[in-house]
Design a binder for this molecule. Structure first.
Ligand code: AMP
Ligand code: MG
Length: 428
């Protein structure tokens, strides 16, 4: 049964061990705990691109509204094709897209027709102009073997039928959907409001771009990768900067974030060996779980909800290493935010390709290696590692075009073994 408390959810799991959680369990707990936002807004259809539909879109018309021609050619009665090898038809008129042919078309007659033009009464078949044997202003000759009754007729409502759900609630609107909405004549559509996601980095060693780099300091890169990933996901971002390793500052930042955002992402301060105040501070502001997930990179993670003046935000406390932040985001936080946004989502598609690298792997944790998929001369797609795979080596992400996912139970990958990859970029 679904429970709205984290303790309730984990108590339903047969084997819950926060120090040895599988990726699948972490994903399940997060999924069960998160409730989608319910506020929506009406926007012009162009503004709906990449947004989440808040309602089913029901078609109020048939698309197309009439039977029409799929080709430039001649409309005729399919019954005329029976029992003869060749036909000579009398040309009785012509019709262009956007116009109707008003007359009746009898047996032995045809009408010159353009793509998209409404089928004349009596006609059910179109022979493309390139398939007729001869045509002049009065007659058209064709061999009946080149066309069958019903060919090249687009049926009324074959794209969308009146009363049918053209698009479902929860769909993320893509370019084809914009076109579909326009084909229904809709100017506006109701979408979920955008998620507001706040994030900040923790660590005394962090400097922001533009600041001088003192000895022992590093520039904060996590806020930039998070900005990019969240923006691509369609979220409104609230960049809260760097917070030092200080309990009071962390508490202030978390309260501030909870008051203004649907979700908060922090990086750093949750690793083993970090001062315990991070966990204490987070736990004091809401309901939190602290995990060691069987994944690499990205093992430590905090998840829960923090509150402020009646407002609550889901909190994802990610480790500090730059690659761990990105991998945790793509394989855990991304789905969580999609669920929160009300989107329907499915696991990212994976492809199986041959590995050109041997990869060390122990069963018992899921590993996310950075790879480059490329096409070999013989046409086969293969993957190779980007090089050093340390969780602090952001270059490994930048050079990659995919993540190689090595599942929990999988062992060593030998040269030329098949592995699963998730590609970074898609068609749109
Ligand atoms: P932590 O999880 O806080 O122990 O950080 C682990 C490692 O990641 C340390 O080497 C940090 O300096 C580094 N790190 C933490 N946060 C960031 C950040 N925002 N940008 C770049 N490196 C970071
Ligand atoms: Mg730190």
């Amino acid at each position: 049964m679904k429970s709205n408390s984290l303790s309730g959810i984990v108590s339903c799991l047969s084997a819950y061990d926060p120090d040895a959680l599988t990726v699948a369990h972490a994903q399940q707990i997060i999924h069960d705990y998160i409730e989608p936002i319910t506020s929506s807004e009406r926007v012009a259809i162009r503004s709906a691109l990449d947004r989440v539909l808040a309602q089913d879109v029901i078609s109020t018309i048939d698309v197309p509204a009439h039977d029409n021609s799929a080709m430039d050619g001649y409309a005729l009665r399919g019954a005329d094709l029976a029992d003869v090898a060749t036909l000579q038809l009398r040309l009785v008129g012509s019709v262009h897209a956007g116009h109707r042919f008003d007359g009746q078309v009898g047996s032995g007659e045809c009408v010159r027709i353009m793509t998209g033009a409404v089928m004349p009464d009596g006609c059910d078949t179109v022979i493309p102009q390139e398939l007729v044997d001869a045509a002049d202003a009065l007659t058209v000759s064709l061999s009946t073997s080149r066309v069958r009754s019903g060919d090249n007729r687009r049926r009324r409502g074959e794209d969308l039928q009146r009363g049918q759900a053209a698009l479902s609630k929860g769909k993320v609107v893509r370019p084809a959907d914009l076109g579909l909405l326009a084909s229904l004549g809709l100017a506006e559509v109701v979408v979920q409001r955008r998620l507001r996601v706040a994030f900040f980095s923790t660590g005394d060693e962090l400097r922001s771009v533009g600041e001088a780099l003192a000895p022992g300091a590093v520039y904060d890169s996590n806020r930039y990768t998070l900005y990019g990933m969240l923006t691509r996901l369609g979220c409104e971002v609230i960049d809260m900067g760097v917070v030092g390793d200080d309990p009071a500052a962390l508490e202030t930042a978390l309260r501030d974030a909870a008051a203004n955002a649907d979700a908060v992402i922090t990086s750093g301060g949750v690793s083993v060996g970090e001062a315990d105040y991070t966990k204490q501070t987070m736990a004091a502001l809401g309901e939190m779980l602290f995990w060691k997930i069987g994944m690499r990179p990205g093992r430590p993670m905090a998840f829960g909800r923090v509150g402020m003046e009646g407002r609550q935000a889901y909190l994802f406390g990610l480790p500090g290493n730059p690659v761990a932040v990105m991998v945790s985001f793509y394989f855990i936080v991304r789905d969580a935010l999609l669920r929160l946004s009300g989107a329907n989502y499915a696991p990212l598609p994976r492809l199986r390709v041959r590995s050109q690298s041997a990869i060390r792997k122990k069963p018992g944790r899921t590993e996310y290696q950075r790879g480059i998929v490329s096409r070999q001369e013989d046409g086969e797609w293969t993957v190779r590692l980007t090089g050093a795979q340390g969780s602090g080596i952001l270059r490994s992400m930048s050079d990659a075009n995919c993540i190689i996912v090595l599942e929990h139970d999988q062992g060593e990958v030998r040269l030329n073994d098949q592995v699963e990859v998730v590609l970074f970029d898609g068609m749109v």
